[in-house]
Write a protein that binds this ligand. Structure first.
Ligand SMILES: [Zn+2]
Length: 225
């Protein structure tokens, strides 16, 4: 550790992204490592309509939900580092050798100005650090649509994201890993995959920190089974 890093560590000590506990080195605290709602095996791969293929590390419940809400709304952008590692792990488990480019589901410019960071970009950067590469911007959010979290009907969620993303840069024949924080109904990811494939991508697979359970409406509200 160099002097600047040591100094920054004093000012901003690493914290567990899920419970906020101060840690000696960046990562996930042992208690969370044990208690997080990890997804086992094939359940961690969601295949949906429109060719969606999405891997997730955790169920979007309990501590996973708290950590992701903190990442998104409380400015805890340092939490993206250990969470990005989870994305890298599950992408490697399910899609090894299937992608050569990494990108993310972007927020709009307006949202970026307000929040100061794009959480999915930070996750993609953190994941890419494990592979010694950099993510590439291939999508731009061109419309500020209402948040998906406020819309519960699946068809309305699909309609809400239709046409809000534009392709950017050279996409032709790329095999892409698309990173986001959560996959709920998959409407946003499905739309992004469609835009990338229309722009010539050969294949797009997705990886997120957390998936909601398919029967998730009740789970969501009660916080557990
Ligand atoms: Zn913790």
């Amino acid at each position: 550790m160099n002097l600047l890093e040591a100094f920054l560590d004093l000012l901003f000590p690493p914290k567990c992204p899920f419970c906020g506990k101060v840690l000696e080195k960046p990562g996930i605290c042992p208690a969370c490592e044990k208690d997080l709602p990890w997804i086992e095996g094939r359940e961690g791969l969601r295949e949906g309509a429109g060719g969606l293929c999405c891997a997730g590390a955790l169920w979007y419940e309990e501590k996973a939900r708290e950590g992701l809400l903190r990442l998104k709304f409380q400015g805890a952008s340092a939490a993206a580092e250990p969470m990005g590692e989870l994305v890298a792990r599950c992408a490697a488990e399910h899609f090894s050798g299937e992608f050569d480019t990494v990108t993310w589901v972007p927020v709009s410019r307006k949202r970026l100005r307000k929040r100061g960071y794009d959480q999915a970009e930070l996750l993609a950067r953190a994941a890419c650090r494990r592979w010694d590469t950099q993510p590439v911007r291939l999508l731009e959010k061109v419309m500020d649509n209402p948040a998906q979290s406020g819309i519960h009907d699946a068809a309305a969620r699909r309609a809400n994201v239709l046409g809000v993303y534009d392709p950017v840069g050279d996409i032709a024949r790329k095999r892409i890993l698309l990173v986001d924080d959560i996959c709920t109904t998959g409407a946003t990811l499905t739309e992004c995959v469609r835009v990338l494939e229309d722009a010539g991508a050969e294949r797009v697979v997705c990886a997120v920190v957390a998936l909601t359970r398919e029967t998730s409406k009740k789970v969501h509200k009660q916080g557990k089974n």
